[in-house]
Design a protein. Sequence first.
Length: 233
Amino acid sequence: MLVFAHRGSSGVAPENTLSAFSLALADKVDGIELDVQVIEGVAMVIHNNWLQGTTTGMGRLDQVSLDYCLTLDAGDGQKIPSLEQVLKLVAGQCLVNIEIKAHNAEEVVVAVAKKAVNEFGFKAEQLIISSFNLPALKRVGELAPEFPLGALTANIPLDYAAFAEQVQAKTIHLNRDFITPEFVDDSHKRGLKVYVYTVNYVEDIQLMLEMGVDGIFTDYPNRALDYLSSVEK
Ligand code: G3P
Ligand code: MG
């Protein structure tokens, strides 16, 4: 079962910052997950489409300048990183799940992902692009079929995992609260791998293993990796 650091090692460092991603790399995770919003045409790594909560700033991202955002503290003196900065840091050392949060971010995300393949040492298959916005995901697939797509859902759709086939996703990313053995089996029968978010407790990690889940997103990758190595012995 793959372990992805959710927003980096966000249980021990400020989420979606270079320090959270550096810690995840030090933990030797299989992958990191990050959230992308667009500020003045630049793909930036931040979860919400407003600044309050995770930074010292205030305002909606479509109403603030990039210069202003770059002055803000995103926790422990960290800045809001760009997608390009994070990919340069990771440099192909692990998988990266780029979650598109913004509207109309497809072109800008694809451009940075292509640059990461050409200049930062990634293979295209290491860059998993996901979104709850399935039309946006479909558009990414049309623009750049080389990147694996992850179809995100927070619930169990009536058609189980069938919706993911419409965007030709390789993986389906489901909320921990809704995972069932039936959903996992249905996904696997369709050739889709199942990744679950957000799985922070050992009891839950064990449950995911029992259900045959293929990957988890966790705020505490260290804990998950320790547990997995203890049961694999
Ligand atoms: O990509 C998995 C997970 O991060 C989706 O939800 O809200 O934590 O970005 P959220
Ligand atoms: Mg996310």
